[in-house]
Design a binder for this molecule. Structure first.
Ligand SMILES: Nc1nc2c(ncn2[C@@H]2O[C@H](COP(=O)(O)OP(=O)(O)OP(=O)(O)O)[C@@H](O)[C@H]2O)c(=O)[nH]1
Ligand SMILES: [Mg+2]
Length: 299
């Protein structure tokens, strides 16, 4: 039997559910999710190994055209590159919503690239018959290897999506050990899970002015099932003192709530106890500061 393996780049405008879909495909919460656009900033790999096939999914930031900060230009570049580098691009749109922003993302994928279109959030469609003309219209915009309506939320049609992906991947041996889930380390997920809470807790603008840095990550007391404690110190960067006050909240309540929720998620993902210390620091205009962006891994 031939073996298949390849990379699959998730692409689409912000908020279509790419990260939710990655988590659903992998069966673990690896990529952070929020109701606000532009949640994802880093490439996150999720690996699924099935008999005869290994799928290497790469979640990327949603492509957007509105903000012009250096951070957002970097994110767009990163997202476009990820889709181009992949063996197959997974173009994610929302059910019954295909507009100029979606079209712009599609236009950035080279014509020779294999593309599977995923129509996500079909659970929100009241009359399933409405999907038929939508799928028909979408199928005329470009040659797709397949067009699969799914719901990342309910899991509907996920096996069909795996089947279409398997057929589109090249013949190759597995690139990763069968039990490997991702290529990111725990330090990365610690920062991301705390950043997710900022997106959940804060108003419309503030999450985009925040970033999380892990200052130290120490493992203590090694047992048979890994360390007995992970001691993590994290800094939340904001741009102004007034933002710091909002993040911290009255009597520090908001920061405490966010840190506690993040710690619980970390314990779940790492499978062990976590101590999480958090500080908030002001660093002016970090979203336009090349040096800070480099330090944060945006190169
Ligand atoms: N009803 C419904 N909601 C969904 C589904 N998939 C994702 N969502 C919601 O859509 C919102 C955006 O989800 P994300 O996974 O963060 O979207 P994204 O495309 O990764 O967004 P960016 O990282 O900002 O580009 C969240 O509120 C999700 O809960 C789905 O299948 N059905
Ligand atoms: Mg995302």
């Amino acid at each position: 039997m031939t073996h298949r393996c390849g990379t699959i780049g998730l692409t689409g405008r912000p908020n279509t559910g790419k990260s939710s879909l990655l988590n659903r495909l992998v069966g673990q919460k690896l990529s952070i999710v929020s109701g606000k656009p532009q949640t994802t900033r880093h490439l996150v790999t999720g690996i699924v190994t099935q008999p005869g096939c290994q799928f290497v999914f790469v979640d990327a930031p949603g492509q957007q055209t509105r903000s012009r900060s250096m951070l957002h230009r970097t994110l767009n570049r990163r997202a476009t590159q990820a889709a181009r580098d992949a063996d197959v691009a997974l173009f994610v749109v929302e059910a019954l919503r295909f507009g100029p922003d979606d079209h712009a993302v599609l236009d950035r994928i080279p014509l020779e690239q294999r593309v599977i279109a995923v129509v996500n959030k079909v659970d929100t469609v009241a009359r399933q018959a409405d999907l038929i003309p939508f799928l028909d219209r979408l199928s005329k915009t470009r040659k797709f290897e397949a067009l699969v309506p799914v719901s990342a939320k309910t899991g509907r049609n996920i096996p069909e999506l795996f089947k279409a992906l398997r057929e589109a991947l090249p013949e190759a041996p597995a690139a990763y050990p069968a039990d490997q889930l991702t290529d990111r380390d725990e330090r990365f997920f610690a920062a991301e899970l705390l950043r997710e809470k900022l997106f959940e807790e804060m108003g419309e603008e503030l999450p985009y002015r925040c970033e999380v840095l892990i200052e130290s990550f120490r493992e203590e007391g090694h047992g048979r099932r890994g360390p007995s404690l992970r001691r993590i110190e994290a800094t939340i960067l904001v741009e102004r003192a007034s933002q710091k006050a909002i993040v911290v909240g009255a009597r520090g309540e908001r920061l405490k709530r966010m840190a506690s929720a993040a710690r619980k998620d970390m314990e779940q993902l790492f499978g062990g106890k976590v101590y999480l210390g958090t500080w908030v620091k002001v660093r002016k205009a970090w979203t336009d500061d090349a040096r800070v962006l480099r330090q944060l891994g945006y190169e």
